[in-house]
Write a protein of this length. Structure first.
Lengths: 390, 89
């Protein structure tokens, strides 16, 4: 953090869920329609309490299901309110048809996803199967490592999504229970600074205008549907440039850089692991431990997953000799999703990449297991089969 | 292949565009109302999915808007007086 004469933040002990609610409050969210689902419930409960205490001027709508939650959010966003919600796993699955509607209607809805495994069998614990399920939905997707990142990226995310050139919904992920429930020291920045960063909100449609009534979400037949989807594609392709712009603005408040991915001791690394969310934190410890022993190891932690920054990833990883990608979800019968994108980024190079799947249903991954990954990479134990860290 | 300049679209239109779609062109069977049997209960009006039955106050009878009536037959089905018949013409 930038050391200034008067610091513009307060350190508070907070869980990721509470930090997320702080972000929503500081953004000035006006409508939150939500349905509780473990482990997202602390977010909506904390936010509701903030509303009840008069700390934020918002409508909280307690709907009957997540399908209704996203539907109400769509209505709210069309009407021009700053709208947010939170969900995960079964809730995200239940609202999934409307998730696609939100992106098709180009609405800058903010959603916090507290990554949790999809049933069956029922699991309330962390894996990335839920957010991976909607990776094709046209939502911008950002993954975060801990409570501090969850808080900061939710704010940055809303700003990016609501830019007129983008106008797309955005979901920010944090590991369920791991990042959402554990207490951390979180630096909460000054309310006014964040409000100034968010600035004035431009509603996507001038909907509540009786002089010029409009219809949002028409029927489209063969002659136009393709072009609507192309328009969405063009919009999401503008995200990297807008991300960089707003990251610069946000840095003025927090003093931190926000990149598409974090490179940890990657510059001269011979072997590297690519992994998202909280496990990256554990992996950084392993990198430090091995570096102390003289091993040239590094880590790449993706934040921006959709749109996927293929060129930038390729540039960051091109000098690494051997890579392991650790996915926290399965794409049954095919390559795991993060591996598939990293593999695509490095197509045309001859860098061997080993695919791993770990942590399904919240199974913990230990430092010694990550050390083993680096050891196996060093020995060249790389093939085209998925390895499972059980 | 001619490359046309692609114009980005947002899914928004002026209100009321559904009026331009003449659903009457879909019709195969056409309803006709026997005004002697009709009790003006308005059940057909409430059930019509295209809002194509209206009460003509001056004439004192139910009238069908054939520009939009798509011939679904729900009015005939619902009429308690069996005043509506679906015909090929």
């Amino acid at each position: 953090m930038k050391k200034e004469k008067t610091k513009n933040y307060i350190i508070k002990p907070m869980s990721g869920g509470e930090a997320a609610a702080e972000a929503l409050r500081q953004i000035g969210i006006e409508v939150m329609a939500s349905y509780p689902i473990t482990p997202q419930s602390p977010i909506i409960e904390t936010f509701s309490k903030m509303v009840a205490d008069g700390r934020v001027n918002a409508e909280t709508i307690n709907v009957e299901s997540e399908h209704s939650a996203m539907s109400a959010c769509v209505g709210s966003a069309v009407a021009g309110a700053k709208t947010a919600t939170a969900s995960n796993s079964q809730g995200l699955a239940l609202m999934s048809e409307i998730v696609y509607v939100a992106s098709g209607l180009r609405l800058p809805i903010l959603m916090a996803i507290t990554n949790r495994a999809l049933s069956a069998p029922i699991s309330i614990h962390c894996d990335h199967s839920d957010s991976m399920m909607v990776r094709d939905s046209g939502w911008i997707q950002i993954y975060t490592e801990n409570a501090q990142e969850f808080y900061e990226f939710l704010i940055l995310a809303f700003k990016i999504a609501s830019r007129k050139e983008i106008s797309l919904p955005i979901m920010v992920m944090a590991d369920g229970f791991i990042s959402t429930h554990q207490l951390e020291k979180v630096a909460i920045f000054d309310d006014k600074a964040i409000a100034d960063f968010i600035g004035e909100y431009n509603a996507p449609y001038d909907f509540l205008n009786p002089q010029k009534p409009i219809l949002v979400g028409p029927f489209s037949v063969q002659d136009s549907h393709f072009e609507f989807k192309l328009s969405q594609q063009k919009a999401i392709e503008r995200v990297p440039a807008i991300f960089k712009e707003e990251a610069k603005n946000f840095k003025k408040i927090t003093g931190k850089d926000y990149k598409f991915f974090e490179e940890y001791r990657l510059k001269d690394a011979n072997t590297a692991i690519v992994v998202m969310n909280s496990t990256a934190g554990t992996a950084k410890e392993v990198v430090d431990k091995l570096r102390d022993k003289g091993e040239k190891v590094g880590l790449l932690k993706p934040h921006l997953f959709r749109p996927f920054p293929y060129k930038e990833i390729a540039e960051a990883l091109k000098k690494v000799k051997k890579i392991a990608v650790l996915d926290r979800s399965m794409s049954f019968g095919a390559n795991p999703p993060l591996f598939a994108e990293i593999n695509q980024s490095l197509a045309g190079t001859r860098i061997p990449i080993q695919k791993y799947v770990f942590g399904l249903g919240g199974r913990a991954i230990f430092e010694r297991q990550i050390e083993q990954v680096f050891a196996d990479l060093k020995k060249g134990k790389i093939d085209d089969k998925i390895k499972y860290i059980q | 292949m001619k490359k046309s300049k692609f114009k980005e679209l947002k899914p928004v239109l002026p209100a009321g565009t559904s009026e331009r779609l003449k659903t009457g062109s879909w019709r195969v069977l056409t309803p006709s109302i026997d005004n002697n049997k009709c009790a003006k209960c308005f059940k057909c009006v409430n059930f019509c999915p295209e809002n194509s039955i209206k009460y003509n106050e001056n004439k004192g009878q139910m009238e069908i808007d054939f520009e939009y009536c798509k011939g679904c037959g729900i009015c005939a089905q619902e009429c308690p007086a069996k005043a509506i018949t679906m015909n090929k013409k």
